[in-house]
Design a protein around this ligand. Structure first.
Ligand SMILES: [Zn+2]
Ligand SMILES: [Zn+2]
Length: 588
């Protein structure tokens, strides 16, 4: 968030509290920070709020803004602050928790708030048409269920009216494209109480999309020299202790299963803990370790569409975007230091290839690096190697003119990482995937290769998943395409619609022909009216509707209705097959 707009948003929170206090002088004030795209303030109100209250508050805020109120900061003793906020229990609690003898307060107009700032100088800096109160929600004081539920009022705020209107429009469009709604309407995925929350079930339409994405991933990876592997979904505790995931990531892993068995036939069964895998890397490391490796074997690129399980809190689950089981376009590249730059660049180029296919025009690579202070705590204590790897990554990004931003102190434990953020067609941002450079874990597992000089060396490992997980990617693509998938990805690519019953045989012949050409097709030859059948297929966003009647039969043709274009006339059946196959081949 840019500094000035952040100050404006936070100042609007104060002004909102000022207005609310005028309407209900007994209100108890919680906290009111700036947030992404706006601000909120929490209140304990004597009555529940309604929509029309928001209008009133908003109107009063506009009046207060036009008064050119100044924001003035003052440092006062805690004793004075306690007197000042004597009837504000939440403020008193905050004062008690703050360190030091003094606290700072901000005054604007009649309103005083406990606040460390910063704020704008005066309400002159606020465009009264560039903010809007949008939502009332319940929020526990300090986010804890043990505390009272307060009323939170959310506002949007920008520097210009246009930015506000654009944002509102984007939100409305995002609502229409909500992947949870479209995913249901288009029969892509579902959830079941019997299976459990966060565990999506892919319906035939969803599975068709997955098949295409996997095909794309596998073809590209084969061309790029990856080898495919397969690994089980569980592993012993010792594996995750060695990788370092336990105990540090224990809370994102499902609780262990305890098995009692006798693997060596000694007659005394042993108890062993097994975990569902939360990541595929340790399994792949074991494949690397399965053979003696020489520098000639590197780079070794092991790829797997691996299913992982993560124990996300139930409150944080969200459609396909936050789930407990996910299938990842995973791969691990084991290479030497000399090979690193090339391998890393090849991964970045894979992203660009995919961006082009999916029509992703805006992206940014967030390059997260270590901090000196974190060495030995948050990060593996090897400054030389950190510097070296980060330089290699940074130099590659700069040399290739790749759009990136560098964020200090957000790297992974074992190396720098790149988060790939993309924007959907309506301008909403998604974090799609992460690339990580790992120079530590291979060592923990004792992975080595024999170098030219006959000495054992530890490889560097690149973790990458350009096609993300199926869940996240398809969640994104549903919004991106508004459910109207391009032909190659469409679960049903063509729908054959008969004008009447007597055209059924011809329709079935065409269905068979299309299937023989690997085109995903459905046949609508029920007794519904033609209009209804067309409408149904259009709601399903099927790219081609092929209408057949007497005229089409005599011409050995179909009448084509193309999604977004309407009726495009009659076409010989062979011609149509050539056309759609070409589109599928070109991933259109
Ligand atoms: Zn403030
Ligand atoms: Zn990994």
């Amino acid at each position: 968030m840019e500094n000035n707009i952040k100050k404006i948003r936070h100042s609007l929170a104060h002004i909102m509290a000022e207005a609310v206090l005028e309407f209900w002088p007994k209100v108890k004030l919680g906290m009111g920070p700036a947030i992404e795209n706006g601000f909120y303030y929490d209140f304990l109100l004597p009555k529940p709020l309604e929509e029309k209250d928001l209008e009133q508050i908003e109107k009063r805020m506009q009046e207060l803004i036009s008064q050119n109120q100044k924001f003035e900061k003052q440092n006062i003793t805690k004793r004075r602050a306690k007197r000042l906020f004597a009837i504000q229990p939440y403020k008193l609690e905050l004062i008690k928790d703050l360190p030091g003898e003094n606290v700072s307060i901000y005054t604007n107009g009649e309103f005083v708030d406990l606040c460390k700032g910063p704020h704008i100088k005066s309400t002159k800096e606020i465009n009264p048409k560039a903010f809007k109160l949008v939502k009332i929600a319940g929020a526990y004081w300090k986010g804890s269920e043990k505390n009272k539920m307060l009323t939170r009022i959310y506002g949007l705020a920008f520097e210009t009216e246009k930015e506000l209107q654009d944002y509102i429009k984007m939100q409305e469009e995002a609502e229409k494209r909500d992947h949870r709604k479209l995913g249901k309407d288009l029969k892509i995925f579902t959830f079941s109480d019997f299976v459990g929350p966060g565990l999506p079930l892919w319906l035939p339409n969803g599975a068709a999309i997955i098949e295409e994405i996997e095909k794309l991933g596998k073809e590209t990876e084969t061309k790029a020299g990856y080898l495919r592997v397969k690994t089980p979904h569980i592993a012993k505790e010792i594996m995750y202790k060695t990788s370092g995931h336990l105990p540090y990531y224990a809370d994102i892993m499902f609780p262990p299963m305890i098995l009692e068995d006798d693997p060596d036939g000694s007659g005394t069964p042993k108890k062993t803990k097994y975990y569902l895998k939360a990541m595929n890397c340790p399994h792949h490391h074991q494949i690397f370790a399965a053979e003696m490796r020489s520098y000639r074997d590197l780079p070794l690129r092991l790829a797997e569409y691996g299913t992982c399980y993560r124990y996300e809190k139930s409150g944080e689950l969200f459609g396909l975007m936050r789930v407990r089981s996910m299938e990842m376009n995973d791969a691990h590249i084991y290479c030497t230091e000399e090979q690193f730059a090339n391998e890393f660049l090849a991964v970045i180029k894979l992203y660009f290839e995919y961006f082009k296919i999916f029509g992703i025009e805006k992206y940014v690579m967030r390059f997260s690096t270590h901090s000196k202070e974190g060495l030995g705590k948050k990060y593996i204590d090897n400054e030389k190697l950190w510097k070296k790897t980060e330089d290699m990554v940074r130099n590659t990004l700069i040399k290739e003119k790749i759009n990136f931003i560098e964020v200090k102190d957000e790297a992974a434990f074992y190396g720098p990482k790149i988060d790939v953020e993309v924007w959907s067609a309506i301008g909403r941002e998604f974090t799609l995937a992460t690339n990580q450079v790992d120079f530590a874990v291979p060592e923990r597992f004792g992975l080595v290769y024999i170098d030219k000089d006959g000495k054992e060396k530890t490889p560097i490992c690149i973790h990458r998943a350009p096609l993300s997980t199926h869940e996240r990617l398809i969640g994104f693509l549903i919004e991106h395409y508004a459910g109207a998938f391009p032909v190659w990805l469409s679960p049903i690519q063509a729908s054959i619609i008969t004008i009447s019953d007597k055209h059924s045989d011809y329709a079935k012949k065409i269905e068979k022909l299309l299937k023989e050409n690997n085109i995903r097709v459905e046949l609508k030859n029920n007794n519904e009216t033609l209009g209804k059948k067309i409408r149904e297929a259009e709601i399903q966003k099927i790219p081609y509707l092929l209408i057949v009647g007497d005229k089409e039969i005599s011409a050995n043709a179909v009448s084509v209705r193309e999604r977004g274009k309407g009726d495009t006339g009659q076409m010989l059946i062979d011609k149509f097959i050539d056309k759609i196959k070409e589109q599928i081949k070109l991933k259109k």
